[in-house]
Design a binder for this molecule. Structure first.
Ligand code: ADP
Length: 164
């Protein structure tokens, strides 16, 4: 059985992430998607619980996909799920340097686990969770960037979109 994990912050999950999830789920028998809690890179907007819930709702029609949270290293998560691969998405060149370092570090920690990169689909290449949060906070339209359930949660959190 081919098993992969797709770890990330997913704060919140976007259509770019969902596209990677759908495409990766075609390559593997099982795909575990996890909100990892080891990253303190930035202030979190949605709680762990909310982020996992949004992922679960957005992937409810994908039987091979399981969404959860995990505290610890991505490689430990992969091992705990008996995964052969860690999936990551690549957008611009700017992602490459960071992802290369991460993949090298993970290879050092767990040589038996391969990192598999999927290139973004071009229509999602500019979408990131941080852009979604910024635009939503300023009242911009984020329809088409996030799954419907996420747009609804954001509207609840920030209030209805302001029209100029
Ligand atoms: P992290 O904080 O671990 O980078 P993110 O939730 O921001 O977590 O992203 C998880 C993974 O998804 C990363 O590999 C990132 O490059 C990838 N990703 C994010 N947005 C997109 C997108 N629009 N298209 C393709 N991959 C993406």
């Amino acid at each position: 059985m081919r098993i992969a994990v797709y770890p990330g912050s997913f704060d919140p999950v976007t259509l770019g992430h969902l596209d990677i999830i759908i495409r990766a789920s075609r390559l593997f028998d099982k795909l575990y998607v996890a909100v990892l809690s080891n990253s303190n890179k930035r202030e979190r907007y949605f709680s762990w619980h909310e982020r996992v819930e949004m992922l679960q709702e957005a992937t409810a029609d994908l039987p091979k996909v399981h969404c959860e949270s995990f505290q610890g290293l991505a490689v430990e998560y992969a091992r705990s799920r008996k995964a052969q691969a860690i999936v990551r998405g690549l957008r611009a060149v700017s992602d490459f340097e960071y992802e290369l370092k991460l993949a090298e570090a993970n290879r050092h920690l767990a040589p038996e686990i391969e990192t598999v990169f999927l290139m973004t689909s071009h229509q999602y290449s500019f979408i990131s969770s941080s852009i979604v949060r910024e635009v939503a906070q300023l009242g911009g339209n984020i329809d088409g960037w996030v799954p419907r359930n996420v747009a609804e949660r954001i509207a609840q959190k920030y209030g209805p979109r302001r029209e100029e």
